[in-house]
Design a protein around this ligand. Structure first.
Ligand code: G3P
Length: 216
């Protein structure tokens, strides 16, 4: 299992790096905007912090020629950049051009298995199905992951990796792990939830209390 951190917050990424759990980072325009700084500066800093692991940065253009131009520019920021491209026809055309140039892409805002098939065929290195946003509209997000993985597994030449995105809670993480998803992109808040258990805290407190009775 690869864990990407779903944030543009450099401090949070450094904290996760210290835990030794980071295989990469995903950002999106919303996450970058939250940091209140220049996107190029933020993404370059993240690239340096994660020491060569993939860092996903998203294009804003919606036309193929503009997306390609923007993507080529972003790809120059660092060697470990993966370009996030929104799922749409113009995006698929862009993915193909970038793949031919050896630039990795992650097709984002995937909400159906057919979109994931097209992205893989176009040459995307990754697809990002958003599970939480499907749950939000009373549709089983994790079921989408299961379907995409089954389809990809039927065709070993489809090497596109599935990034479980829009993870909102630890149950998504457990379900994704049980399914054997390639990558989970996890927000810092959920990483913290994963670490906590009241019985662990109670156990530590009890051990420390008992340690006071040690013979000197
Ligand atoms: O990785 C995609 C993620 O950032 C979107 O999450 O919670 O805004 O649906 P959310």
């Amino acid at each position: 299992m690869k864990i990407f951190v779903d944030t543009a917050n450099v401090k949070a990424i450094k904290e996760a790096m210290a835990l030794g759990i980071v295989d990469g980072v995903t950002t999106n325009p919303t996450l970058v905007a939250k940091e209140g700084d220049n996107p190029e500066k933020i993404v370059k800093e993240i690239c340096a912090v994660v020491e060569g692991r993939p860092v996903n940065a998203e294009v804003l253009s919606l036309k193929c020629d503009e997306m390609v131009k923007e993507a080529r520019g972003i790809a120059k920021w660092a060697k470990n950049i993966v370009i996030k491209i929104p799922m749409m026809k113009e995006g698929l055309k862009t993915v193909k051009i970038l793949a031919d140039e050896g630039i990795k892409s992650n097709v984002t805002l995937i909400f159906s298995p057919t979109q994931a098939i097209l992205a893989a065929k176009a040459g995307a290195s990754y697809v990002s199905p958003f599970v939480g946003r499907l749950d939000d509209i009373s549709t089983d997000g994790m079921e989408l992951i299961s379907q995409i993985m089954s389809i990809y597994n039927n065709y070993p030449t489809m090497e596109t990796e599935v990034i479980v995105a829009s993870i909102r809670h630890p149950l998504h993480v457990i379900q994704a792990g049980l399914m054997g998803a390639d990558v989970l992109t996890i927000p810092p808040k959920v990483l913290e939830m994963m670490e906590k258990h009241p019985l662990t805290d109670a156990g530590i407190a009890a051990f420390l209390e008992d340690a006071k009775k040690f013979k000197k």
